[in-house]
Design a protein around this ligand. Structure first.
Ligand SMILES: NC(=O)c1ccc[n+]([C@@H]2O[C@H](COP(=O)([O-])OP(=O)(O)OC[C@H]3O[C@@H](n4cnc5c(N)ncnc54)[C@H](O)[C@@H]3O)[C@@H](O)[C@H]2O)c1
Ligand SMILES: CC(=O)N[C@@H]1[C@@H](OP(=O)(O)OP(=O)(O)OC[C@H]2O[C@@H](n3ccc(=O)[nH]c3=O)[C@H](O)[C@@H]2O)O[C@H](CO)[C@@H](O)[C@@H]1O
Length: 461
């Protein structure tokens, strides 16, 4: 690393820009998964030498052998191949070596939660210790991971500074945040369009982050006064979504009993200019929304403040939807005097959301676990998980194999190609077809005409 760059946090804007244009700023992206790898690819594409760091040796080897692991991210593979070929991106498990080579460190580490819904920042904390040990002085750390307000200021900075005060934030290293907002399955599109939040421990770090991200991404940068405010915005947008989904889930439970089709209601409601439509379903999964709500709740708890009621109740409603799905299944089986215990249940879709290959916190997990406890024979078909082990069940190769001789079908994910399924297949391959539709895939009148026993979340029956 050249001498000038060894003081990157002291450089003026014009000096940073000239270094960026000379492609002489080197970057490490620590955590090269769903978010980190695309980020590393785009940094490398901009011309900056980028080192992807991960603890997953298998992932690192795949990347260094030009094997792109995110096959459900349109447009990303071509760019990946280019930056690997021109050696602008390499991957390693050796964080010590990587940190010795760079002046900018981006953290896109996982922030899951425990089984007790407590946010788990252990990856960030352990890498924080490695940054303390191996960071070059006067470098910049940028946290893209989604964390609760105050985590950077109160937890991560003290870890990096160390009890030995090896570093001092704002003096011998700088830190800020640029929370990731891209949506899995369309990350490249979002990288090109979504504005990004920037927050730093001081104006200089915000300015530095903005210069670097402007060089890599051609999107608006929204300057925040500090890290915690930037992280608060990120959580606000996602928790807004979690709460609004709970709202329509609650309406769905009521409308089922009132003989009202919530999808008809929502199609009309969204015609109103300020109604932002959300849809009911078998639950709210993924690494973002459920965790983000608990991050907000945890930030109140860790400051001995009252627990946010609406957010807590919304979580309860959303977490009850898998159970409601099973209640609809039991009701449909009862209507033909079939007991659920030891029945054969076909699951159509396990991804936590449409058109992605990802089962993190998927509603399917809870539903399948309950079905296992009822000694059901479970068959799964998901176009993103063909003949693979999901929740310790070997998924089917063809949809027909999942449907054949099942007592009931549970549709849990609204993958795009499910909307073109001809429902006559259920009559063809099942004795007394039952379809539990949690995502409004099918037209009720058509299934009734085909004499298929139908239950839909939020739909009359
Ligand atoms: N996936 C999304 O939809 C999404 C969207 C926006 C923001 N985010 C946020 O981005 C962050 C990363 O999420 P993700 O979906 O990319 O997670 P991921 O699990 O796909 O990737 C995380 C990567 O970090 C690696 N890792 C874990 N511990 C490590 C360590 N100590 N050192 C080095 N590497 C380590 C893992 O091996 C994995 O490859 C999270 O905070 C998440 O909330 C995710
Ligand atoms: C950067 C970031 O954090 N991006 C987020 C990411 O979120 P995500 O990947 O977690 O996906 P979501 O779409 O939020 O779905 C989560 C779960 O909620 C269920 N759901 C959804 C909508 C609905 O009306 N009814 C539902 O039941 C769905 O099935 C799934 O289980 O992308 C979204 C854009 O897709 C963004 O808006 C959102 O900020």
């Amino acid at each position: 690393m050249n001498l000038e760059l060894s003081k990157i946090i002291t450089l003026q804007s014009d000096q940073i820009n000239s270094q960026l244009n000379l492609d002489s700023i080197k970057v490490a992206v620590v955590g090269i998964g769903r978010i980190g790898l695309p980020t590393a690819i785009l940094f490398a594409k901009s011309g900056l030498t980028t080192i992807g760091v991960d603890i997953n040796q298998n992932l690192v080897e795949k990347i260094n052998h030009s094997i792109f692991p995110l096959d459900d991210e349109p447009g990303m593979k071509e760019i990946f191949n280019d930056v690997i070929k021109n050696k602008k991106l390499i991957a390693t498990v050796d964080i010590k070596h990587a940190l010795s080579q760079v002046n900018v460190v981006i953290l896109s580490l996982p922030t899951p939660m425990t089984d007790n819904n407590i946010p788990d920042y252990s990856s960030l904390e352990s890498v924080g210790k490695q940054i303390h040990d191996f960071l070059c002085p006067n470098s910049l750390v940028i946290v893209e991971s989604t964390v609760e307000p105050g985590f950077i200021e109160n937890i991560l900075i003290p870890i990096i500074e160390g009890q030995d005060k090896k570093f001092e934030a704002g003096k011998s290293f700088s830190i800020g945040v640029c929370p990731e907002t891209a949506n899995p399955g369309e990350i490249l599109k979002d990288f090109k369009t979504l504005p990004r939040l920037v927050g730093g421990i001081n104006n200089k770090s915000s300015e530095l982050i903005s210069l670097i991200y402007s060089h890599v991404f051609s999107v608006d940068l929204i300057q925040m006064p500090n890290c915690k405010t930037a992280n608060a915005v990120k959580l606000t947008t996602n928790v807004f979504r979690d709460v609004n989904i709970a709202f329509v889930n609650e309406l769905a439970l009521l409308f089922e009993k009132l003989g009202i089709d919530i999808f008809t209601v929502l199609d009309a409601a969204k015609r109103k200019y300020n109604f932002q439509v959300h849809y009911p379903g078998s639950g709210v999964g993924g690494p973002c929304l459920p965790v983000n709500s608990y991050q907000i709740i945890n930030s109140a708890l860790s400051n001995s403040l009252p627990i946010p009621k609406l957010i807590s109740v919304s979580r309860e409603i959303n977490e009850r939807m898998p159970i409601h799905t099973l209640q609809l299944l039991k009701d449909a089986l009862d209507s033909i005097d079939k007991k659920i215990i030891k029945s054969t249940i076909g699951i159509l879709g396990v991804s936590y959301k449409p058109n992605v290959k990802d089962i993190q916190l998927a509603p399917a997990e809870k539903i399948i676990s309950e079905l296992k406890s009822l000694e059901c024979n479970i068959k799964i078909f998901d176009p993103y998980f063909i003949s693979t082990d999901v929740f310790s069940i070997r998924t089917e190769q063809k949809i027909e194999d999942m449907i054949s001789n099942s007592d009931a079908i549970l549709i849990l994910t609204a993958h795009q190609n499910f909307f073109s399924i001809n429902p006559e297949i259920f009559n063809k391959l099942m004795k007394k077809p039952i379809v539990i539709d949690t995502r409004g895939i099918f037209d009720i009148t058509e299934l009734n005409r085909l004499k298929i026993i139908y239950r839909g979340i939020g739909r009359p029956y």
